[in-house]
Design a binder for this molecule. Structure first.
Ligand SMILES: Cc1cc2nc3c(=O)[nH]c(=O)nc-3n(C[C@H](O)[C@H](O)[C@H](O)COP(=O)(O)OP(=O)(O)OC[C@H]3O[C@@H](n4cnc5c(N)ncnc54)[C@H](O)[C@@H]3O)c2cc1C
Length: 367
């Protein structure tokens, strides 16, 4: 049995796994092709405050803004989901990665930056290391060990604009299948003077950059960005299904985070699910190394904790992805009539729709 761990990928998932493994006294090395982790910032950093608390990261220096809610737009309809208490932080992803890196090194993990792992290196590491694939949505580890590639993806493009943001406590989400097929576009105040504009499109239905160019020409976007200077713009990808297998017990290989497709299908948020999965993977590897227990416990534990949530997220996504803009506009109007706007403002939960569902069902009983 291998007693050391090699983690491929120093994103949040890989670094959280490294932190916990090192804390458990297991020799752990993380490899990342980047010399500056998290850079360039191709992804956004909206993370629920409740979700962040579960990860145990000292994240406060990475916070650039705090959100109280969202405006959900489709056609001429808008639903305001605004809470009285802060719901999510926006984090600078480079600073977040630096914090996670420092925390894992403090526990004794070794982080080797600027090292691109290829198949030969993977074979060589695999001789005496348990392998954790935390190498993102196009995972070499998943391919190399035939754990199955992820075929459903959302292609994204996002750019930051230098503008003075009027309301920095809400994010705006726009649903229109003609512009962002089967996903949505967003305007997110990353700080009081930076507005992030982004879009996602189903990979089968188009190109994210041309969708983005179309989106920023819409009148409601032009009103917000005017002639503002674009700071940067990047394309990327979000996995939209979980990997067929996330553990190869015999060969002692595990996948975590985007490599395993541990992402909320509604919004594409993956830091909370991926980070929690990384912590579960670290515990499972500890028990495997110390007591010889099965690595499959990781997969079972993840499904037990997040299986229901993933199912509900998929159902919600199915509801918006399969309607045109008029259908979603109608749904928003009906939802408002039935009091869903107020309900979500009070009881919304970005990560765990099962909690909302429970509260919704209980509402009738406690009235
Ligand atoms: C546009 C966009 C917006 C998003 N918005 C949010 C959001 O608001 N909130 C949220 O929670 N999530 C969001 N996400 C999702 C989130 O970014 C991911 O779920 C999260 O980054 C996954 O972390 P990870 O550690 O699994 O993978 P990654 O962050 O992708 O890290 C993988 C690492 O592996 C390294 N790597 C890959 N291959 C190799 C190799 N062969 N050798 C060495 N190193 C390698 C890469 O350099 C990278 O550093 C968004 C994603 C996108 C694209």
């Amino acid at each position: 049995m291998r007693e050391k761990v090699a983690i491929i990928g120093a994103g949040t998932s890989g670094l959280i796994a490294a932190r916990d493994l090192a804390k458990y006294g297991i020799a752990t090395t993380v490899y990342d092709q980047k010399t500056k982790l998290g850079y360039p910032q191709k992804a956004s950093g909206i993370i629920s405050i409740n979700g962040l608390k579960t990860l145990g990261i000292g994240y406060s220096k990475a916070v650039t803004n705090t959100l109280y809610g969202a405006n959900i737009h489709a056609g001429n309809a808008m639903m305001r989901v605004h809470s009285k208490v802060p719901q999510a932080h926006i984090l600078d992803r480079v600073i977040l990665n630096d914090i996670c890196c420092a925390e894992s090194e403090k526990e004794g993990a070794v982080v080797r930056k600027g090292v691109q792992v290829d198949s030969d290196m993977l074979d060589s590491l695999h001789k005496d290391n348990v392998i954790v694939g935390a190498d993102g949505p196009v995972s070499l580890v998943a391919r190399h060990f035939s754990l199955g590639s992820i075929k459903k993806n959302i292609l994204t493009y996002k750019a930051d604009f230098e503008v003075s943001v009027e309301r920095k406590e809400v994010v705006d989400l726009f649903f229109d299948n003609r512009i962002s097929p089967k996903f949505f576009a967003w305007m997110c105040p990353n700080s009081k003077d930076v507005l992030e504009v982004g879009i996602g499109v189903d990979s089968k239905f188009g190109n994210s950059k041309s969708a983005f160019d179309k989106f920023i020409k819409q009148e409601y976007v032009l009103r917000r960005i005017g002639k503002a200077r674009v700071i940067d713009g990047y394309a990327s990808m979000i996995p939209m299904q979980t990997a067929r297998r996330v553990v190869d017990e015999k060969r002692e290989v595990l996948l975590v985070g985007d490599a395993a497709g541990q992402v909320k299908p509604t919004t594409g948020g993956g830091i909370v699910f991926g980070g929690n999965a990384a912590m579960m993977a670290a515990r499972t590897i500890r028990d495997h190394v110390r007591e010889g227990s099965s690595l499959k416990a990781y997969e079972r534990q993840f499904r037990k904790n997040f299986g229901m949530e993933l199912m509900l997220h998929r159902a919600i996504r199915g509801a918006y992805a399969n309607f045109d803009v008029r259908g979603i506009e109608f749904m928003i109007r009906m939802s408002k009539m039935f009091g869903l706007e107020n309900f979500l403002s009070k009881h919304g939960d970005m990560d765990r729709p099962s909690l909302m569902l429970k509260r919704f069902l209980l509402r009738g009983l406690v009235k």
